[in-house]
Design a protein around this ligand. Structure first.
Ligand code: UDX
Ligand code: UDX
Length: 474
């Protein structure tokens, strides 16, 4: 790494900071949230120990390899190597920490609620390990009120007087809990952390507030200090607002098609109004990823639990479910069958710049196409490995039944398109965007394209004699 180049960072945030009073910070969980937070905290001058139960991940990080695909992360791991430790030994990490961040997953359960068992495990480990006062900071997205419970849970599990390892009791140890939600998007997670629009801290005491302010002072970013419950709600309200914005523009897009308007022109016109803003107005095949789908369902669930119906968020969820299979349905109207057809699938991940497949539209569409007997040729620059775990490569030859389709993974867009009868675009990767309208005509058997990301101009596709269907455009 002699010549480190950063893809997303401004020049001033690229330089590691040295600060007079670095804190001893432990971070539990090294997923997108935990690892990026830990590395960025080290970059701003603190001493950070990243903890994970996954030995493979820890070994990789100890060798300087990031277990997730995230721009600029490995470079920062390298630059801040002296201030970063990776371990599976949580005791070592927690016992002398000033601050412990919790960044473990909060996966969605079948009823839409968040699974808090990983948070509980970490909370208990903290209680049983700490040897001095510390602040526990919950970064994971948790339902409103969870931080109160985490604090109580830790207090309940602190060793009692008379127990063998009652260091906590002997020293009268205080463990407080604060909320500090993150707003990082995959692909730009490092930039979103180091150059965040705001840092939200939710605390219930002056001491906790001061500690968190000290943690974030070296970031030189605006800090919004509120109560714990408000901080928890800010996270959901922000994510769900963005999901709502996307579902709104998708809803309008569907109407545009019916009345002969063009959603891109409409969005452009709307976006100039600074109260609306021009971001997150791209109509498409629905939102996916690890946050919007989960966080909309979690807030809907929280409202229900409190006897309230959150109609706006519910509508966003419903629009998104339909939006994901809109193009498939359109194609079903156009074609008699998919059986025996070569179907090019371009893009598998939920958005470009990540290998993450969580809630990706491809996951809805591929099984539908396979169920209809399609022979899929799938292309994605980074997502194939993960996708293959769920849908292993099959071939027609191995499967004598005609009712089931097959899936094959290819290394180039051209291979996917060659002699294809129909093409679906699910992710707007640059590698896919470089394919010209004329290429579809030249390569495909039938130039029939369903574009879930509105990559091409309708006119250009028409000029190249491509039968083209997109979102919210005639
Ligand atoms: C997740 C959620 O998706 C997000 O909404 C939440 O705000 C934070 O956590 P992510 O970082 O992508 O985001 O989660 P994930 O990739 O599941 O990573 C969690 C890590 O924690 C994994 O590496 C896992 O091995 C580790 N873990 C989990 C522990 O170290 N200890 C545990 O007890 C459980
Ligand atoms: C999101 C939030 O942006 C981030 O602040 C939060 O912390 C976690 O959730 P992420 O899921 O990584 O981040 O991706 P994002 O870029 O926000 O996209 C989410 C989904 O919305 C993608 O499937 C994307 O394709 C879709 N999207 C986004 C649209 O369909 N239209 C848009 O205009 C913007």
């Amino acid at each position: 790494m002699d010549n480190i180049t950063f893809k997303t960072l401004a020049p001033e945030t690229q330089i590691p900071k040295t600060i007079p009073y670095p804190l001893n910070i432990a971070v539990a969980g090294t997923g997108y949230v935990g690892l990026v937070s830990g590395v960025c905290l080290a970059h701003r001058g603190h001493h950070v120990t990243c903890v994970d139960i996954n030995v493979k991940k820890i070994t990789m990080m100890q060798q300087g390899i990031s277990p997730i695909y995230e721009q600029d992360l490995e470079e920062l791991m390298f630059l801040n190597n002296d201030r970063l430790t990776y371990t599976t030994d949580y005791k070592l990490a927690y016992k002398n920490a000033d601050v412990i961040f919790i960044g473990v997953g909060t996966p969605e359960q079948p009823d839409g609620s968040a699974n808090l068992s990983y948070i509980a495990t970490v909370a208990r480990q903290i209680a049983e390990t700490v040897e001095k006062n510390c602040l526990v900071v919950v970064k994971s997205t948790v339902p409103v009120g969870t931080n109160d419970k985490v604090e109580q849970f830790i207090k309940d599990f602190l060793p009692r007087n008379g127990e063998k390892n009652n260091i906590a009791d002997q020293n009268n140890i205080e463990v407080e809990v604060a909320s500090n939600p993150e707003f990082l998007a995959q692909g730009t997670a490092v930039r979103d952390t180091l150059e965040a629009a705001r840092i939200i801290i939710g605390t219930e005491s002056k001491t906790a507030e001061e500690t968190l302010i000290n943690v974030y002072k070296p970031f030189s970013l605006p800090i919004v200090s509120v109560s714990r419950r408000s901080a928890e709600m800010i996270k959901y309200a922000s994510n769900d607002f963005l999901a709502l914005k996307i579902s709104y523009i998708n809803d309008i897009a569907n109407l545009c098609e019916l009345v002969g308007a063009d959603i891109q022109d409409v969005a452009k016109g709307m976006g100039y109004d600074t109260r609306i803003g021009n971001k997150f107005l791209n109509a498409g095949i629905g939102y996916g990823g690890s946050c919007f789908p989960k966080d909309t369902k979690a807030l809907d669930y929280l409202a229900k639990q409190n006897g309230y119906e959150l109609r706006t968020v519910k509508a966003a969820i419903e629009v998104n479910i339909d939006q994901k299979i809109l193009l498939y349905k359109k194609a079903c109207q156009r074609l008699i069958t998919f059986s025996g057809l070569k179907v090019a699938v371009l893009g598998l991940t939920f958005k470009p710049g990540t290998d993450d497949l969580r809630e990706a539209p491809s996951l809805e569409n591929v099984p539908l196409l396979l169920g209809q007997g399609a022979d899929i040729y799938a292309y994605d620059p980074v997502g194939i490995e993960n996708f293959q775990r769920r849908f292993p490569e099959t071939s027609k030859e191995c499967d004598s039944s005609n009712s089931k389709g097959s899936i094959k993974y290819v290394k180039t867009v051209e291979e996917a398109l060659l002699d294809a009868n129909v093409c679906f675009i699910f992710t707007e990767w640059e590698e896919i965007k470089t394919i010209q309208p004329a290429d579809y005509k030249k390569l495909m058997h039938t130039a029939l394209v369903y574009d879930g990301r509105n990559i091409y101009s309708v006119e250009n596709m028409k000029e190249s004699s491509v039968e083209y269907y997109s979102i919210g455009r005639k």
